[in-house]
Design a protein. Structure first.
Length: 260
């Protein structure tokens, strides 16, 4: 896996899949690594050349001092594409990955084909939840918030039915560098990308989870209604919908990206 320099931060990047196929870049949620996408990889790599990466502050990527911003995350993505000499790619981002996708669609539309913005938001009217989480992690590490985060990521029914998958996700969250997690939370506490949405002209699919309390259906509908021509698909899942409904998620992604 290459390490790519983006503004002085080394980013852990993986490129797999179909040589010569269309390119798809995946961007994961806060508190996860590129391994979040494993349920999709077998199917996606048969159709696409798939790029995954650990966001700054996460996984094997560098953890520079904050503050971070959506613009910085977006420029990290462009640095990866430039380094790999990829002129244009499709985008699928979940949660924070969807927020980065909004910035990219508005600010670098020529680098992207279709956009998938999953389980995400464009705006947090009240920063209190993020400020409370930052305080908790500063005082007690990510373990202080892990159970509450997992409860939001996956429905109780799924957690009971799939304890090993749940445990694997929790382990991924707990392994996140606390400093990087906090710096990302700081970026989320001031999120307001509503003005960017009407500028997005790329074909866009919004995916929402029926049981998602972190970025509810209303947040997805707000995004859909402000991006010209965007569509909305609702999955029977909580926040990490690609893990909870892997087949439905994969089908939605491949169906949208391959339709003429």
């Amino acid at each position: 896996m290459p390490m790519i320099d983006a503004g002085g931060c080394l980013l852990n990047v993986s490129v797999e899949g179909r040589d010569g196929g269309p390119t798809l870049m995946l961007s994961n949620s806060l508190g996860t690594t590129m391994a979040m996408w494993e349920p999709q990889m077998k199917a996606l790599t048969q159709v696409f050349r798939v790029i995954r990466y650990d966001r700054r502050g996460h996984g094997r990527s560098g953890v520079p001092a904050g503050p971070y911003s959506m613009e910085r995350f977006g420029r990290d993505v462009l640095a990866i594409l430039d380094d790999l000499n990829i002129a244009k790619t499709h985008w699928c981002g979940l949660s924070m990955g969807g927020m980065v996708g909004q910035w990219l669609g508005a600010n670098a539309p020529e680098r992207f084909g279709k956009l998938i913005l999953s389980n995400t938001s464009c705006y947090y009217p009240d920063p209190t939840n993020w400020l409370n989480r930052i305080k908790a992690v500063k005082e007690g590490g990510i373990a202080a918030v892990a159970d509450a985060v997992i409860a939001a990521w996956l429905t109780a029914d799924f957690r009971e039915r799939e304890p090993q998958i749940t445990q694997n996700l929790k382990a991924m969250l707990l392994a996140s560098p606390a400093a990087g997690y906090i710096a990302c939370c700081e970026a989320l506490s001031t999120l307001d990308q509503r003005a960017l949405l009407p500028k997005i002209k790329n074909p866009t699919l919004v995916i929402a989870g029926r049981h998602d309390t972190s970025t509810p259906i209303a947040a997805g509908e707000l995004i859909r209604s402000h991006i010209p021509g965007a569509s909305l698909t609702i999955l029977d899942a909580a926040h990490i919908s690609n893990v909870e409904q892997p087949h439905a998620f994969t089908d939605a992604v491949i169906g949208f990206l391959t339709q003429k």
